[in-house]
Ligand binder design. Structure first.
Ligand code: AMP
Ligand code: MG
Length: 404
């Protein structure tokens, strides 16, 4: 049995890199990987502007309380005043408005007393205050997003502030998803005795929503080696990645693994992992192949640990470990040493410590263990039972209820 680390190492060695790219509107760029760095086409802000509603003043470096200034104009956001200030002159100004030439400082409106045509400063002002200088956010030519960055909503805003409308990104990864099993029916169909509704493809398709993929849901394959063989072979030429669930164990109806050995290359199979021991990873032609185990919890855990980072890595994102924290266990965990286990857990935290509890029965068929779950608890392979009070590593789950 391969350790999780060794399996990841083997996987990283065979993950293909997608080189093709496309130009897309900036506004549809969230989640896409940048093909090249973006440099600032100009300064931001593009001109000196006011950080306050108040008055732009032209005066000495230190302005004493009681000093008067003659108001000669008015500068509003989008409507510069066009006047140049001379010593002793002021301009009414609003946040974001152009600071007139000659301005030495901007004073907030609460710090002046208004007369008919002049203002009197009622506190000491030293140096240039409340002016947002041209280029203070970014200078022309600065890198504002780097090659291989995954574009966030914040980067979209940041690029938009420079007037950028289009970006070059790695094309979406083409992913095909199958489930296998004679017992499976899609929700909406009638169940015959011994049949169950399929859920793995549903979960995978839902998880893949947050990835930069072009997804083809190819439905179900029966436990028939010829059908599996033909379907996988014909799909391999059309996609970058094939994911199947089920049929990878050593049971008599488990045909996925022998088929991969026949039509592709099996890199590894059987991991020191719980749930998810029978995970088949390999290639069929140029497509990467993941044969995920059929038990629904195993499908999810192996997707999170192997498939999700592989998809990111295919578009050039550096391989990353999922976000992890230390938390204090509030339940005991029964475990036999040998395989690393990922139990479903619920963490809560205050500003001092995170605490985590396992979600009851952890059988790999039991999707109920994901109810209310917001993390995976890592149980090291070398450990037997864990006691309440121990510190454990937890991994945050994607798509949990947002904190905003
Ligand atoms: P297998 O890996 O094919 O032996 O399947 C292991 C268990 O997972 C069996 O109980 C299957 O019925 C179940 N299973 C396999 N695929 C799915 C699926 N797509 N949705 C729900 N359960 C599944
Ligand atoms: Mg099966």
């Amino acid at each position: 049995m391969l350790s999780v680390e060794s399996a990841i190492k083997k996987l990283r060695a065979i993950v293909p890199q997608i080189k093709d790219y496309e130009t897309i509107p900036l506004r549809s760029g969230v989640g896409r990987t940048l093909k090249r760095s973006i440099t600032a086409p100009g300064h931001l802000p593009p001109f000196d502007n006011s950080a306050m509603d108040g008055y732009a003043l032209c005066g000495p470096k230190v302005i004493k309380p009681g000093t008067r200034f003659t108001v000669v104009g008015d500068s509003r956001a989008g409507h510069p005043c066009g006047e140049q200030l001379d010593e002793g002159q002021a301009c009414r100004i609003f946040t974001g408005a152009v600071v007139p030439i000659g301005t030495t400082t901007v004073v907030a409106q609460e710090d002046v007393l208004n007369g008919e045509s002049d203002v009197m400063v009622n506190r000491e002002c030293v140096g240039a205050e409340n002016i947002r200088r041209r280029g203070m956010d970014a200078k022309k030519g600065m890198t504002i997003a780097s090659n291989r960055d995954v574009l966030s909503p914040y980067s979209v805003g940041w690029c938009s502030a420079f007037g950028i409308t289009e970006i070059e990104v790695v094309r979406r990864i083409k992913v095909a998803v199958f489930s296998t099993g004679d017992e499976l029916r899609d929700p909406g169909e009638d169940l015959q005795p011994g049949q169950i509704y399929e859920s793995n493809r549903a979960t995978l398709v839902a998880l893949l929503q947050s990835k930069s993929v072009e997804l083809v849901d190819l439905g179900q394959l029966s436990d028939d080696p010829d059908e599996i063989n033909k379907s996988l072979q014909s799909t391999a030429g059309q996609v970058d990645l094939i994911i199947t669930s089920g049929g990878v164990s050593v049971g008599e109806s488990d045909y996925v693994r022998p088929v991969i050995e026949e039509i592709g290359k099996l890199e590894f199979f059987s991991l020191a992992l719980k749930p998810g021991k029978p995970l088949a990873v390999g290639t069929i032609d140029n497509a990467l192949f993941f044969g995920l185990p059929g038990n629904p919890v195993s499908t999810i855990v192996t997707y999170l640990l192997f498939v999700a980072p592989a998809i990111d890595s295919m578009s050039g994102v550096p391989w990353h470990r999922p976000t992890h924290f230390q938390a204090k266990l509030t339940t005991s965990i029964s475990h036999k040493s040998g395989r690393r286990e990922y139990q479903r857990g619920v963490f809560v935290g205050d500003d001092r410590q995170l605490r985590v509890a396992a979600t009851g029965d952890q059988s790999s068929n039991r999707l109920a263990s994901f109810k209310d779950c917001n993390c995976l608890i890592v149980v090291p392979a070398h450990r037997d039972n864990l006691e309440a009070g121990e510190m454990v590593e937890i991994l945050l789950l994607p798509n949990q209820r947002s904190i905003y």
